[in-house]
Design a binder for this molecule. Structure first.
Ligand SMILES: O=C(O)COP(=O)(O)O
Length: 228
């Protein structure tokens, strides 16, 4: 039986949960596409491609503009050539237009104050995750930061969450995953831990409730009712 009162540590997703990062991801995607002589795409399209890390985002973007299938070997080759350009552009944009969602900073501070161990478990490459956290004054709050490339597998694989369980010597009932995407909820279920789904982020246009997290919240601060 899963119980909120057992939770001692919380893993947070980043994009679409703590930070609205799509404006900068879209700017970097478009700078890359234009550099490759493709037309730019809308922010709404980029939003629908976020969730499985930088490489898959660019793979979806290139497939869209070139009309090649995502698994076409020619697209794979193009992707390999294009990734360094995307990584450069995203490094340039990182926090230009991104913003923290309402209530994030205060709620995280209160949870830390209450004694919860906090971690970031994102599919964003690690090298962008750390500077983004510090740009928004969040860096001191987390004892562990795992990027999409920190371990051999990323969400929806449970590996990053299993890593935290092991690292922190926690029982499965003591770790909670909070995120906006089905990748977060699937990873939590595969790791046999509790999860909260947030409705305001990016989930490929799907209702997060369809992934059956243990609770659904409309605002970040609403998570407090289960924890404080
Ligand atoms: O970078 C992505 O594709 C998604 O990142 P997230 O796991 O923080 O939502």
């Amino acid at each position: 039986m899963m119980k909120w009162s057992k939770i001692r540590a919380i893993a947070f997703d980043l994009d679409g949960t703590l930070i609205d990062s799509v404006p900068d991801l879209a700017a970097a995607t478009n700078a890359t596409l234009v550099q490759r002589q493709y037309p730019p795409v809308t922010e709404a399209l980029v939003l629908s491609w976020v969730g499985n890390g930088a490489q898959v985002l660019m793979q979806r973007a290139l497939s869209y503009v070139s009309a090649m299938a995502e698994d076409d070997p020619e697209l794979q080759l193009l992707l390999e050539q294009t990734m360094p350009q995307f990584m450069h552009h995203y490094g340039e944009h990182l926090q230009k237009h991104s913003r923290l969602y309402p209530g994030v900073l205060v709620t995280l501070q209160q949870l830390k104050q209450a004694g919860f161990k906090l971690a970031i478990v994102t599919n964003k490459p690690y090298r962008f995750t750390v500077p983004l956290l510090s740009a928004f004054g969040l860096d001191g709050l987390f004892c562990e930061v795992l990027g999409g490339d920190s371990l051999a597998k990323m969400k929806p694989d449970p590996m990053p969450l299993q890593h935290l369980l092991e690292q922190w010597q926690l029982d499965e009932s003591q770790l909670l995953m909070i995120g906006d995407s089905k990748n977060d909820i699937l990873a939590a279920k595969a790791a046999n831990i509790m999860s909260i789904g947030l409705t305001y982020g990016y989930n490929y246009g799907e209702d997060i409730a369809l992934s059956h997290p243990h609770a659904v919240c409309e605002n970040f601060a609403d998570i407090e009712q289960y924890l404080l």
